[in-house]
Write a protein of this length. Sequence first.
Length: 209
Amino acid sequence: MHAVSTNELASAKAYRILRNAILTLELRPGQYLRESDLVSNYQLGRTPIREALHKLASEHLVELRPGSGSHVTEVTLSDVGDIFEMRETLTPLEVRLALRCSNQPILDELREQMDNMNETQQPYEMDLEFHSVVASMTENTYLIKTLEMLSVHSIRMFRVTRAPRMPVIELIEGHLELGEAVIAGDLERATELSLDHVRDSKKRLLDAL
């Protein structure tokens, strides 16, 4: 088994911190990412920061511009179309694979997520955590990472555009309904609910642009 080095841990930490800063708009779209500022503001080493920026660039959250350094990517109308085209395409696959899951700890985690949903939770975090569990049920590493990236971009788009989110109580009810369909193995209903959620999000974003 590969032992995780100190450098790998530092790079992973830098990646999490910078991705969260981009997701919460602490680092704004288009912002120039001066390395010395990142070192000072986030108490991170230069090498972990460089490695994190390259990983974020591979996820299209950072743009590495030759001669002018690193910048947080902008959010455009084209981005919304591309992201949600992928989400609509991958959602049926995600649901189909998730329904085949026989991993009891993951199924228990989904039920726990559903039991703990309440109106005091932040809707973005609730949404991300719930869909992360459903994605993990596919047990497909590549699909899980892709779905996570798409979810992160979707959340950032909502924050950048200030598009109205679904009311929290409706979000909870929708997630509970979807969770029950997944647990019951109802492929048609789970797919329908998942696609409805994706299309509603897309419409809210496009209306806000």
